[in-house]
Design a protein around this ligand. Sequence first.
Ligand code: NCD
Length: 308
Amino acid sequence: MLKKVPMRHVVQVQDFRNEDISRLFELTSAARQGLLKNTLRDANPIVCSLFYEPSTRTRMSFEAAAIRLGCQVIGTENAAQFSSAIKGESLEDSIRVISGYCNAIVLRHFQDNTAERASLVSRVPIINAGCGTGQHPTQAFLDLYTILSKLKSIEGRSFALCGDLKHGRTVRSLAYLLGRYKIKGIHFVAPTGLEVEQDIKDYLTRHGVLYQELSSLDSIIESVDVVYATRVQKERITESVYQHVQYPYEIKRELVLQMKPDALLMHPLPRNKEIAEDVDTLPQAIYFEQAENGLYVRMALLHMLFNH
Ligand code: NCD
């Protein structure tokens, strides 16, 4: 019998306390060693994967995570067209109905605040898998897990977050998460017009985290511990704005060779032109391992939700 799952939504990284994150990462390491396989087989919960926006890694790793744990998966990868949304049904009505069919809903949506809206009407936990330009909490958890697994510590580390910082939800969630730790600081490197939003700066200021805004990586590349590159979010800007975006950085091999040997080059993926392919073989390039950790973090998260 499935235990009654207490209502526990994962809408933003702030929904998790530091001790929840420590527990999540212990479970992630267990998942990585194969120790969580089939742990939900008897309970056999149904996870609904409800995606209104394209996804490769997030959807497939959530679904694979659920299956590996022994859950069943229902859902749609194109809810905007293949659900009753196309018939004019509101998100709230869809969630009211779907939450009667399953034990958790993994939601991706193109609009901001949709995970929060869903959580207000859902009878089962809502897990935000990236909504609009808001947050993408499970990406930030897997990013932090990857950083900790490589660097062992986060205190005193410096970060460069690059790319479309205005629309990038991965950067928003990561910045909110990093802001809780005693890091050395964050350099935000964005093209003109796509700079980091005020809510993130206010949050970091409130938490006493130093940050600066730069237009290039050149002056900091030798000293940072983590470079986190992101693509320009083409789908959230007009074609003419996109054509005029000047990349402040194109991470080439020569640039990465200037990084500290144990520094990390990360990317939530998909990449466009931000990182040259011949960078992939350098030891700093860990984005594919980062993506793989998504599977384990999501196994850990579902395990935590259903074993609360
Ligand atoms: C990101 C997203 O969807 O926000 N992708 C992902 O989940 N790894 C990043 C992006 O689309 O640029």
